[in-house]
Ligand binder design. Structure first.
Ligand code: ADP
Ligand code: MG
Length: 437
């Protein structure tokens, strides 16, 4: 089981993973925890400037990471304070909360009526809606929804959970595969298997998010297989999500793969411009924004990475407008969305292509499994740029390279970080390459 230090480490690692080592050191590392209880957490920063900057650029991420760890969703506040608080307080706080939560949690913001529906997510949406009216439809059991990061998988299945909330006769559970593992380990360590069984084996509908986490973990696969069969055989419904199709998940036992494939498998794809406009219009009021057409058009055209970025952009604009107590001009919007927009210009395929060209190898070799040095280094460099420049998650990068293990990607990025640190010539070389993207 995770101890205090490990939990604190996890929090830091998650944030570091998302924003990169450099930004982490610059902005996040010095944050202190001032106040913490179930209702609120106050983080202390040491200047007004930092407060504004962190609030605008990193608040979303901090909030998301905290909420992933603490389902009670305490209110999070940044305060300018000097020298108080400690990281230890935070860790013990998280630990207490984690251990006290036996129930399932549904984010009240994730409802069906907040979802914009378009070609990209229509099927997933319809199937989830259908389940909400026909919870025992065995023809779609299990319902498997997959797609890249930030496309609304969690939102859709949590909406299904919210739909059933308060219905005494229907028990609905939601967890991530990571959370399932943590519950299981906890129950063994504290001799509370019955509580674990009570929580998971009596459900009418079980939803497990991000099941790709199961790859290569045989003990977890065994446990999950057991639960899956038990529910399935009793005609209970199961909904699963992952960041890739089932066949692309590595190191998953055949018997589980065939179970996962036995229902309906639905993809959520990248939203088109029109979809993005619909999302902006649907969600802007949630953030108390009334954006001019000039601005919505700009966002629609330029934020083409995923829905999460569209939402992050709305939040940033909203925070800034509140701070300034006025509407923003297009130039200002452009400025505060700069890093989100950049993703449009430097995309994954450009990184692959230019890196291959630069090192004089074929594009197909970069994603191959070849391990000769002339191919290995360029591949690791491409991974490095996807992490440090495009800020993709490790599993997403692994997916780009034919579903390698994400720890391979992690190690590659680390290795290139090191090489840049010790080898100036190499560093200059990569700067040259970077300018070509
Ligand atoms: P995923 O689980 O696929 O990574 P999330 O469900 O976390 O993605 O969605 C990311 C963000 O985008 C959330 O804030 C969610 O509310 C929002 N979102 C996703 N899809 C839609 C949609 N179709 N309409 C409106 N908001 C959406
Ligand atoms: Mg998700």
């Amino acid at each position: 089981m995770l101890n205090k230090n490990e939990i604190w480490k996890l929090f830091n690692n998650k944030i570091k993973n998302e924003i990169g080592e450099e930004d982490f050191r610059l902005w996040i590392e010095s944050i202190k925890l001032i106040e913490s209880n179930e209702k609120e957490m106050i983080f202390g920063v040491d200047s007004d400037f930092k407060k504004e900057w962190i609030g605008t650029n990193y608040f979303d991420i901090i909030q998301r990471v905290i909420y992933e760890m603490i389902p009670q969703r305490p209110k999070i506040e940044l305060k300018v304070i000097k020298g108080k608080g400690s990281t230890k307080d935070f860790a013990s706080f998280v630990k207490n909360i984690k251990e006290s939560s036996g129930d399932f949690y549904f984010n009240p913001e994730y409802t069906f009526d907040k979802l914009a529906v378009g070609n990209f997510n229509e099927l997933a949406f319809s199937y989830a809606k259908h389940l909400s009216n026909n919870i025992n439809d065995s023809t779609i059991n299990p319902l498997f929804i997959y797609g890249g990061v930030g496309l609304g998988k969690t939102h859709i299945i949590q909406a299904l959970g919210n739909h059933f909330k308060g219905r005494e006769n229907i028990k609905v559970g939601y967890t991530t595969m990571e959370g399932f593992l943590s519950d299981w380990v906890k129950s063994i360590n504290s001799n509370k298997i019955t509580i674990f069984k009570e929580k998971y084996y009596n459900l009418d509908l079980l939803m497990v998010d991000d099941i790709q986490f199961i790859s290569g973990k045989s003990g977890l696969q065994e446990q999950f297989f057991h639960l899956f069969n038990e529910l399935y055989n009793r005609g209970k419904s199961i909904v699963l999500t992952a960041d890739k199709p089932i066949i692309d998940m590595k190191d998953v036992e055949e018997r589980l793969v065939s179970r996962f494939q036995s229902g309906q498998s639905i993809e959520i794809t990248q939203p088109t411009e029109m979809d993005r406009l619909a999302i902006i219009k649907k969600r802007m009021l949630d953030y108390e924004l009334l954006l001019d057409q000039e601005i919505t058009n700009y966002m629609m055209e330029h934020i083409n990475s995923n829905v999460r970025d569209v939402i992050a952009a709305l939040k940033r604009i909203s925070i800034r407008e509140k701070l300034l107590k006025r509407k923003l001009h297009l130039v200002e919007v452009k400025e505060i969305l700069k890093d989100i927009i950049q993703k449009k210009y430097i995309n994954i395929s450009a990184v692959m292509r230019e890196t291959a060209n630069f090192f004089d190898i074929r594009l197909s070799e970069i994603t191959s499994t070849k391990r000769t040095k002339n191919v290995l280094i360029p591949r690791q460099v491409a991974m490095y740029f996807m992490k440090r420049l495009l800020k993709l998650s490790y599993p997403a990068i692994a997916g780009e390279f034919g579903g390698k293990d994400h720890t391979t990607v992690m190690n590659s990025v680390k290795k290139i970080d090191k090489m840049i640190e010790v080898d100036t010539e190499f560093k200059i070389k990569l700067q040259k390459l970077k300018s070509r993207f």
